[in-house]
Design a protein around this ligand. Structure first.
Ligand SMILES: Cc1cc2nc3c(=O)[nH]c(=O)nc-3n(C[C@H](O)[C@H](O)[C@H](O)COP(=O)(O)OP(=O)(O)OC[C@H]3O[C@@H](n4cnc5c(N)ncnc54)[C@H](O)[C@@H]3O)c2cc1C
Length: 460
């Protein structure tokens, strides 16, 4: 006899990945409950409202600078699907680097040719290497190489040392020399020069997805952290999952599900899910991640010269690796005339900066900003916000790929879809959305342990 009971899935995590997965499962008629620790959906791509006096509270601004590339086809399709296509703007803002106190634009062919700190032959050589990486269709020849060694050899020590080594060092700290060359290839190959942004902020996309999941009968439990998940009840009916959760009011409970899909960092999944085989834990509870830190400033006037949007700070001795003037890309009129600037960096998750308050961070960052932009004065700052997030940047070493787990977990009914499975591309919303789309198809093709007898008609 067949049952018409719909399988009930728990999705752990409400970032791009968890929300897309919950949406796809709900669209297939599956009962789904998503648990998200924070009170807003969106994870690393969540936003805040910098101009609350505007009608409706004004647009969101991402807490951490985000843009989309033309190659980000999965998230672009999702933006259209959620009815936000008209809010997607494209542009080619100015990207620059600070080198020995001067601003340069070496990130285009003509800009590189004018990059005087490098001898002409080195400029041509670097241009040829970057063109090769752009054209090369896959990462295969680069597997087994580190970016530092491969690039130093290919483009010369001087060019690598000025333009790329400081970026690897800033992003990956002590691990910079170990970063896999396929990761670097994908940064050059997969990214378009044209950048897109949602003028309502990515938070608007994630809010819409919550509304759509809910409309389809799913449940989104914001502000609810999952402490533990384990498989219970073997036998004729198969296993079920017990998910122990706790909300912000201290209310705790345990709910039963037919299957669990964890979109948390893999190492967090290894702690939350009980009963994982030792061999799986030994192989996949592995690797490092850095946290992200951002001070966002609202200024009364533009900051960066040349209308620059993005400034890599390649000079040593600064407490931030990048200055992103968002309103040199999106108009400041969107935000009530505010000029919005991010000062961002990555650090090991136990770095003292994650414990500091905003005033102490400002006291360090603003004088440093005045060294980047002579003439900048702290009196230009009208408002400031500070954001930090753990598990924001996987450290993609040469061994990384060998430790990525399969999407089908090692226990019945357990599925794993995490930004930490994205390889060789750098993590990004697009890759989380694409992975979630694939995971939803895989889950649909595979009955939950407790639902082996459910008819396809009953499920879909
Ligand atoms: C500084 C910075 C710049 C970036 N720039 C870009 C960019 O320009 N373009 C781009 O597309 N991407 C960019 N990204 C990457 C992008 O933000 C991520 O790739 C994407 O948001 C990852 O989504 P996710 O759902 O896979 O993971 P996450 O967003 O990390 O979602 C995981 C979720 O799980 C929740 N969670 C954790 N533990 C628990 C628990 N125990 N119970 C319940 N919930 C839990 C977290 O709160 C989080 O919401 C950037 C990221 C950073 C940090």
């Amino acid at each position: 006899m067949t049952s018409l009971r719909r399988p009930h899935a728990a999705v752990l995590g409400g970032g791009a990945l968890g929300l897309t997965l919950a949406l796809r499962l709900a669209q297939r008629g599956e009962a789904v409950t998503l648990f998200e620790r924070e009170t807003e959906p969106g994870g690393l791509a969540a936003g805040f409202r910098p101009a609350p006096e505007l009608p409706g509270g004004g647009p969101y601004l991402d807490r951490f600078y985000h843009h989309l590339f033309r190659s980000d086809t999965s998230i672009l399709a999702l933006v259209e699907e959620m009815g936000l296509g008209a809010h997607l703007r494209w542009g080619s803002p100015t990207n620059m680097v600070l080198w020995r106190g001067k601003f340069w634009q070496p990130y285009s062919a003509t800009g590189l040719l004018r990059f005087l700190p490098l001898p002409l032959l080195d400029r041509v050589r670097m241009g040829a290497v970057l063109a090769l990486l752009k054209a090369w269709p896959n990462e295969r020849p680069f597997e087994g190489h580190t970016a530092a060694r491969w690039l130093r050899r290919a483009m010369g020590a001087k060019g690598f040392g000025i333009l790329w080594e400081p970026l690897l060092r800033a992003k990956f700290g002590a691990r910079a020399d170990d970063i896999a060359m396929p990761w670097f290839w994908s940064r050059i190959h997969c990214r378009s020069f044209s950048l897109g942004y949602l003028d309502l902020g990515h938070q608007a996309l994630y809010d819409r997805m919550v509304a759509e999941i809910t409309r389809l009968g799913g449940t989104v439990r914001l502000g609810t952290s999952v402490d533990e998940a384990h498989l219970v009840g073997e036998g004729a009916d198969g296993g079920q999952w017990a998910v122990a959760w706790r909300d912000r009011d201290g209310v705790a409970g345990t709910s039963r599900f037919d299957r669990v899909a964890s979109t948390l960092p893999v190492r967090v999944t290894a702690r939350v899910v009980r009963g994982l085989p030792e061999a799986w834990v030994a192989r996949h509870d592995w690797g490092e991640a850095y946290g992200a830190h951002c001070l966002v400033l609202s200024l009364d006037r533009p900051l960066l010269p040349h209308g620059a949007y993005w400034l890599n700070v390649n000079d040593p001795g600064y407490p931030f690796l990048v200055v992103v003037e968002h309103t040199n890309y999106a108009p400041s009129s969107l935000y009530g005339g505010r000029h919005l600037v991010y000062l961002g960096n990555y650090h090991p998750m136990d770095h003292p900066i994650f414990g500091r308050d905003i005033e102490s961070v400002k006291a360090e960052f603003l004088p440093a900003l005045a060294r980047v932009v002579p003439g900048f004065d702290a009196s230009w700052v009208r408002e400031a916000w500070m954001f930090r997030a753990p598990y924001a940047q996987p450290i993609v070493t040469r061994e990384y790929a060998a430790h990525i787990p399969a999407t089908r977990g090692p226990l019945p009914g357990l599925w794993i879809g995490s930004m930490f499975q994205v390889y060789p591309q750098d993590r990004g919303q697009n890759y989380s959305v694409a992975l979630a789309n694939r995971l939803a198809l895989e889950m649909a093709a595979d009955p939950a342990p407790g639902l082996a007898g459910v008819t396809r008609r009953g499920v879909l």
